[in-house]
Structure formats: C-alpha cells, structure tokens
Design a protein around this ligand. Structure first.
Ligand code: ADP
Ligand code: MG
Length: 333
C-alpha cells in the first residue's frame, strides 16, 4: 500500500492532533505565546527545523509576526535543536556530509561523480517519452538500497503532477534489485498534485513527514508542467517565475536541512534561436537554471538507447553516457 497524503481527497498530512501537539511544543519555547504559535502553524511552520532554518524576514512575511518576535522564535528553535552557530544553513552544511545515491547505472553514476547527491537539486530534462519518469521510479527504489549497494537506506517522497507514477513499475524495479517490493512501496510516500498551488501546498505540508519517515529523496515529476499550463500569458510570466523561484528554494531548503536528494523532471521547449545542434532547451528559464545544482539532459538515441548528458554541474566536467530502459529498470548498455 502506498502512503498517500492527498489533501484534496480525504486523507490529510497533518492531522489536527499533531498540529495541537506542535502548538504545545511551540508554546514552550521562551518568548512564544499562543498567538505567535498559531500564526506560525497556520503559515505552515510545523517543525522546529522549519523555523530554525528560516530568516527573521521570512517569518515576518509568511507568518505576520513582528521582527523581534521572529528573531526570538528562531533563536529559541535553534537552541532547542542545539544549533549554536549564527546561520542554520552553515550548521547543517558543516555538520552533514553529502551522501550519494546510485542510479543503478555505473556509467551514469560515474558521470555524476558517484550518483545523485544530497543537499542539492538534480534536474533531468528531455522530450516526452525520453525516460525522465523512468529514472524517477528507479531512484525511488535505489535510495532504499543498503549503503554497501549504493543506497542510503531511506525512503522517497514522490510528488506526481502528471499521474504517471506506476506502483507496478516500482515492483518490477525492486525485484530486479532483489528487494521486497511491498517493503519498497511502503517507503514511498506518494502525493498527486493537481495544480501548481496544490503542488506547493503538498510540498510545504510534507515537511512534517521528512524526518518522521526518514525521507532521503524527494522526486517532483514534473516540476513545471502545472506552472506552464496555468500561467500562459505574457502578463503572468513574472508571477509564475516568482512562484517557481520560491518553490525551488523550498526544495533546496529541504535538501540541505534534512540532508536529502531532490530529483526534479523538466520538459524541453523549442528554441527558435538555435539553428544548429539540438534545438531544445529546458523550460523555466533562469529561475530553474540557477536554482538547480546539477542538470541532466536525456534523449532517445540509436536502437532504443537513451543518451544522458551532464549539462550543468558545480564541479564535474560535461560528458554523456548511454543507457537502456528495460524491464529491470535503467541499465548500462
Ligand atoms: P518521460 O520522459 O516522458 O517521463 P518516461 O520516463 O515515461 O518518459 O519513459 C517512457 C518510455 O520508457 C517508454 O516510451 C518506453 O520506451 C520506456 N519504457 C518504460 N517501461 C519500459 C520497460 N519495462 N522496458 C523497456 N522500456 C520501457
Ligand atoms: Mg514523465
């Protein structure tokens, strides 16, 4: 059974009793009263980490508390979590080493310097049917592998915007890795997002589950389809980019704060300014280009193969590998 927390269809991520519990936790912090605590929860701050990782300005804007209250709350949350340095980001970056998750393809792992990394956002973009969702399924399984087999023994939060998640495919891939499919499925939290706002809400609400369910990978498949579909006119482009920017920062914050990997998929659009070479580029412009850490481009190659190219990395050279999509998942050629 999949653990769903589809907030439009009945089951809700954060049950009232849990919210009430957290209200009590918040009220125990020095300098936090009932009113402040309620404002924070209503604004979606439902874990101590989410507060400790914020800046005062963010709390002011998002929760409508005063700046002095914001500072007090953040300090109290950090103290409670034993974070003593000035910025929580620094703390987490220092404290937690980057981990790597195997893709299941040795060649692709090598291209990525050992697999997809935590504390970062990895994007895979490419045309329809190129294999983005396949890679997403594969990683939802490999993240659960024991460390000695290239995994990190943690679960996956799968945010599906297109309705293309297939539990049967997870079963197939799990079997190929000699894992118990029902155990693997139990460790995939599945959320279907129906609109861009819903996608944002589901992702915000999911923060509560990250630690509790030991999530090591968040998949967003696809990052941008709703945004592109809803904000079509020129006059709404700025608003769309602003929302996307905020969304990517939320993901990045989870990645660093919880030392987890984020994999997002993205579409390509025709680039009329390109006359030679591949006439496509990822959608979403600079906001995504700057927001993601690593970019991979996937396309169909000869004889059903897939070519995966590293097009952005903070420290690795560009390069390309070929893989095959089979019943057993993504494998080396
Ligand atoms: P997208 O990039 O649009 O997300 P998908 O990841 O859904 O594309 O890839 C779909 C393609 O993956 C199919 O067209 C098919 O070529 C391939 N594929 C899916 N399952 C299998 C399988 N069991 N064996 C071989 N190829 C598969
Ligand atoms: Mg897809």
């Amino acid at each position: 059974m999949l653990y769903t927390f589809d907030i439009n269809e009945g089951s809700i991520v954060i049950k009232m009793s849990e919210e009430e519990d957290f209200l009590e936790v918040l009220k125990e912090l020095p300098g936090v009263g009932n009113v402040t605590a309620k404002k924070l929860i209503e604004a979606g701050y439902v874990t101590l980490e989410s507060i400790a990782l914020s800046t005062p300005a963010e709390l002011v804007v998002n929760a409508g508390v005063s700046e002095s209250t914001a500072k007090k709350v953040i300090n109290s949350a950090r103290q409670k979590l034993n974070i003593e340095v000035t910025t929580a980001y620094e703390y987490y970056l220092k404290k937690k080493e980057t981990l790597r998750i195997t893709t299941g393809s040795k060649n692709l792992d090598d291209l990525l310097g050992g697999g997809i990394e935590t504390q970062a956002i990895t994007e895979i973009y490419g045309p329809y049917g190129s294999g983005k969702t396949q890679l997403a399924h594969q990683l939802a399984v490999t993240v659960q592998l024991p460390v000695e087999r290239g995994g990190i023994e943690r679960g996956c939060l799968f945010i599906d915007t297109e309705g293309t998640f297939r539990p049967e495919r997870i079963t197939q891939i799990a079997e190929a890795f000699e894992l118990d499919p029902s155990e693997v499925l139990k460790h995939i939290l599945y959320a279907r997002a129906y609109t861009s706002d819903h996608q944002i809400l589901v992702t915000a609400k999911a923060e509560k589950m990250l630690k509790k369910e030991n999530i090591g990978l968040i998949v967003v498949d696809s990052l941008i389809s709703h945004f592109r579909g809803e904000y079509t006119g020129r006059e709404t482009l700025a608003e769309r980019q602003q929302k996307l920017n905020k969304y990517i920062h939320m993901l990045l914050k989870y990645a660093t704060g919880y030392n987890l990997a984020v994999l997002v998929t993205n579409q390509v659009m025709a680039d009329p300014s390109t006359f030679f070479g591949d006439p496509t580029r990822p959608a979403g412009g600079h906001v995504i280009g700057h927001g993601v850490t690593t970019r991979l481009y996937i396309r169909r190659g000869k004889e059903g193969r897939r070519v995966i190219k590293l097009t952005k990395s903070p420290y690795l050279p560009e390069g390309a590998v070929e893989v095959l999509i089979t019943d057993k998942g993504i494998v080396d050629v």
